[in-house]
Design a protein around this ligand. Structure first.
Ligand SMILES: [Zn+2]
Length: 445
C-alpha cells in the first residue's frame, strides 16, 4: 500500500504532432495497481504536494541527465525468428521464408528449444524498453503456451498469436485446417484464462499459407472470443502477385482479408508497402491499423513504405521491429529505420519536384509509443502518462556511462533526440511495466 513518486523531466506524446515535455514534473504511481494516480507539471515544492497523499511514498528525484519516457510499443515481431536475427538477409521475402524462417520455426516443436529462445528474446526486448509487444509465435500449441508463460514470468504486456498455416508451406511445417482452428481456440482460451496483461491474437501468417476455409474459421474465432487479428499485407511484389493468383475471386490483396472477415477495427496489418488508394480507403473504412516495419522492408529489400499516406487518411499507425526480417530487437532502431524510410520517400518526391514532409521527432515518438498503443487498441491502458493508465515507463539516463555524451547545454528536446538517435539499452536505467520494474541498466531505484 505505497506510492512511487518520480520528480523531474517527463516526456510523452499527446497526439501525432504533440510532444509534451514537462519540466519539474511529478508522476505518482499506485504500487498496488501499477497505475498512474497523479501527473502534475511545474511542481516547485514536491514534498508539500506529496504530503497530500494518503499513503507512504518513495520519492525518486531524477537527475538532470534523466527523464521519464513511455515504454515502447512494438506492434510486430516474430519471437521464434530471434534465433537467427542479424543473419540471413541476402534473400527476399518468399525465398527468405523457405530458406531461413520455416526451418528455424519448425524447431519450436521442441519445448526445450522454445523455452531457451523465448526466454532470451523476451528478456532482450524488455532490456531495450519494449514494454508492450505484439508477437507472432509458431504453429505449435505447446510452444505458444510456453511463450505466454515466459512473458507472464518476465512481466511484459503482450499480444501473442499462434501462427496458422495449412497450405503452401513445407511438409515439415504445416498443419491440417481443423487442427489449426482447434489449437487456436485452445490457445485463446488458455491465454484468456490466465487473466494477465497478455492478450491472445488470431494470427494467420499471411494469405498464401492459409486456405479460404481456415481464414473464414479464424475470422469467426476472433469474433466469438472478441480478440484482435494480426497478419501481413502487401509486403513484397512477388508475394502480392502470388497471393492474388491464389484468390482470384477477391478484388485485391486487402479484399482477400476483408472477404474472409479478417479486416476490422481490431485488426492490424504489418508492412502495407504496396497499397492502392482503394486498399488504403478500405483500411480507413474498417478502422484497421498498420504496423510500419521499416528495418525489415530495407533488409529484405521489400520496398519503402510511405506511412504519410496512412497518416493523412487518419489510419492508425505504429512501428514494428519485425524481428527477424528486421535485424534489430530495439524500437530505437525502428525509430531510426522509419526516419530513413521517410527521408527516402522525401528524396523520391524531390526528384519528382513534389513537396513532402518527412517524419519529425514528435511523430516518431508518437508512432513508437501512443500510435502503437492505438494500433493494438491499448490507448486507454498504455502509450503515455495520462492519469489512470498503467505505468509502462522508461527512466532514460544519458549519463556518461552510456553511448550518449551531453555537453550540458542541451534543451530537453535535444536530449530526447540524442536518446532516439544515439541511445541504446545502456541508456535505460529502469524499465517498468504496470508499475513493476522488469529491466534496466542500473540497480533497482
Ligand atoms: Zn512479420
Amino acid at each position: 500500500m505505497t506510492y512511487n513518486a518520480f520528480y523531474g523531466t517527463i516526456v510523452h506524446s499527446i497526439s501525432l504532432n504533440q510532444l509534451d515535455i514537462v519540466c519539474n514534473g511529478l508522476l505518482v504511481v499506485d504500487n498496488d495497481t501499477g497505475s498512474i494516480v497523479t501527473m502534475e507539471r511545474e511542481v516547485e515544492d514536491v514534498v508539500k504536494v506529496l504530503e497530500r497523499l494518503d499513503r507512504p511514498y518513495k520519492l525518486h528525484r531524477l537527475t538532470p541527465q534523466q527523464f521519464l519516457f513511455p515504454g515502447f510499443v512494438d506492434t510486430h515481431a516474430h519471437a521464434p525468428q530471434y534465433v537467427f536475427a542479424g543473419s540471413g538477409m541476402d534473400l527476399q521475402l518468399l525465398e527468405w521464408l523457405n530458406t531461413y524462417v520455416f526451418p528455424a520455426e519448425s524447431s519450436f516443436k521442441s519445448p526445450a528449444v522454445a523455452k531457451d529462445a523465448y526466454n532470451k528474446v523476451v528478456s532482450r526486448f524488455l532490456r531495450n524498453g519494449t514494454t508492450t509487444c505484439s508477437w507472432f509465435a509458431t504453429i505449435h500449441l505447446d510452444a505458444c503456451k510456453l511463450l505466454v508463460d515466459t512473458i507472464e514470468q518476465l512481466g511484459q504486456r503482450a499480444y501473442v498469436g499462434k501462427v496458422n498455416m495449412d497450405q503452401n508451406s513445407p511438409d515439415y511445417y504445416i498443419e491440417p485446417t481443423e487442427a489449426s482452428l482447434n489449437d487456436t481456440r485452445e490457445f485463446i482460451e488458455y491465454t484468456q484464462s490466465k487473466k494477465t496483461i497478455i492478450t491472445p491474437v488470431v494470427t494467420p501468417r499471411f494469405a498464401i499459407t492459409c486456405s479460404s476455409a481456415l481464414m473464414h474459421g479464424l475470422g469467426k474465432l476472433a469474433q466469438e472470443h472478441d480478440v484482435p487479428i494480426q497478419t501481413h499485407l502487401c509486403e513484397n511484389p512477388n508475394e502480392i502477385d502470388f497471393t492474388c493468383s491464389l484468390f482470384p475471386e477477391s478484388k485485391d490483396y486487402t479484399s482477400i482479408y476483408a472477404d474472409h472477415g479478417l479486416l476490422g477495427e481490431k485488426s492490424y496489418m504489418a508492412h502495407c508497402v504496396y497499397m492502392t488508394d482503394d486498399e488504403i480507403d478500405m483500411l480507413a473504412k474498417h478502422n484497421t491499423g498498420v504496423s510500419h516495419c521499416a528495418n525489415s522492408n530495407f533488409s529484405l529489400h521489400s520496398g519503402v513504405c510511405d506511412v504519410r499516406r496512412f497518416l493523412n487518411k487518419g489510419i492508425k499507425v505504429g512501428l514494428g521491429t519485425d524481428v527477424a526480417g528486421g535485424f534489430a530487437p530495439s524500437m530505437l532502431d525502428a525509430v531510426r529505420s522509419s526516419f530513413f524510410a521517410s527521408k527516402c520517400t522525401l528524396m523520391a518526391h524531390r526528384d519528382r519536384k513534389q513537396d513532402y514532409e518527412h517524419l519529425g521527432t514528435a511523430e516518431l515518438v508518437y508512432l513508437a509509443t501512443l500510435g502503437g498503443a492505438r494500433v493494438l487498441g491499448l490507448h486507454d491502458t498504455t502509450g503515455n502518462f495520462v492519469v489512470g493508465k498503467a505505468f509502462d515507463a522508461l527512466v532514460v539516463d544519458l549519463d556518461s556511462q552510456g553511448p550518449v555524451d551531453l555537453m550540458g547545454n542541451e534543451t530537453p528536446l535535444q536530449m530526447v533526440e540524442k536518446f532516439l538517435f544515439n541511445g541504446s539499452d545502456q541508456s535505460l536505467a529502469h524499465v517498468f511495466v504496470q508499475g513493476r520494474r522488469v529491466a534496466g541498466s542500473m540497480s533497482s531505484p
